[in-house]
Design a protein around this ligand. Structure first.
Ligand SMILES: [Zn+2]
Length: 263
């Protein structure tokens, strides 16, 4: 947890605003790629080689059509060629990812581990949207977070045991629920997700994230069922993602605050 002011090594002037602006810029560029993932992964299309095009007329997007957030605003949300509406989801995901990256760096400090956390947050964003629509967490996204977890374990080797315990902790508990309920209580994708985030964040933080996720799911989902008649079928992905984000951002502070009552 770092709260130091970042200053230029020679002039000692604060460079924090510039650092955050750079992080935001990288965040919205990655956000642009997340839009491609959210659209193509459920359709089992490749996310790397096919160039971006208008979904209506097939007009191949040029570089100036692909500037995150700004292109959408400049075109007022319509295709340059056929005028078909382009979903507001695109700029929202881009800007959202940029803001999530800035918040993660601001709350977790400037380190390699925070960069890994940011990439995981982006994957959680993709998981949330896809799971909410298809009730399926893409295996590739879980693998991606798992790989980030392996890097985190290597960079944070002083706490290697914590990362390995994180991999098994919540996931084994959910596996038990899965077996006991015959697969109705929890989805296989949720179990793999909790194993991956556990490896990344360590045992305590992951457990806190899971508990927050369950809390959000019970409060928000029941409210949605009551208010808007949402289906009783529950996609856990978005809630687990939100819980994991809460633990990643505030976990250490919450544990310190909680332990304050015990001593
Ligand atoms: Zn078009």
């Amino acid at each position: 947890m770092l709260t130091q002011t970042l200053t230029h090594p020679l002039t000692s002037t604060p460079i924090l605003p510039l650092a955050y602006l750079t992080i935001f810029a990288f965040g919205i560029v990655i956000g642009s790629f997340l839009n491609v993932c959210i659209y193509r992964i459920p359709r089992h299309e490749t996310v790397v080689t096919t160039p971006s095009h208008c979904m209506n007329c097939g007009y191949p997007l040029r570089w100036f059509d692909l500037i995150p957030v700004f292109s959408w605003l400049a075109l007022r949300g319509r295709c340059r060629k056929c005028g078909e509406r382009i979903s507001v989801q695109y700029p929202l995901i881009e800007a959202g990812n940029g803001l999530l990256w800035v918040a993660t760096f601001a709350l977790c400090g400037f380190s390699v581990l925070t960069l890994l956390d940011c990439l995981a947050v982006s994957a959680l964003l993709v998981i949330s949207l896809i799971d909410a629509r298809t009730f399926e967490i893409p295996f590739s996204c879980n693998v991606f977070i798992g790989i980030l977890g392996i890097f985190a374990t290597i960079f944070d080797f002083g706490h290697m045991i914590n990362h390995i315990a994180g991999f098994f902790g919540v996931a084994l508990l959910l596996l038990l629920v899965y077996v006991l309920t015959g697969g109705r209580g929890i989805g296989g994708g949720d179990i793999k997700l909790m194993a991956a985030t556990g490896l990344l964040l360590g045992f305590g933080c992951n457990l806190a994230g899971f508990l927050f996720g369950c809390l959000y799911a019970s409060v928000i989902h029941i409210a949605r069922m009551k208010l808007s008649g949402a289906e009783s079928m529950l996609a856990m992905g978005p809630y687990l993602a939100a819980g994991t984000l809460t633990a990643m951002w505030f976990g250490e502070r919450i544990v310190t605050w909680y332990l304050g009552f015990l001593v």
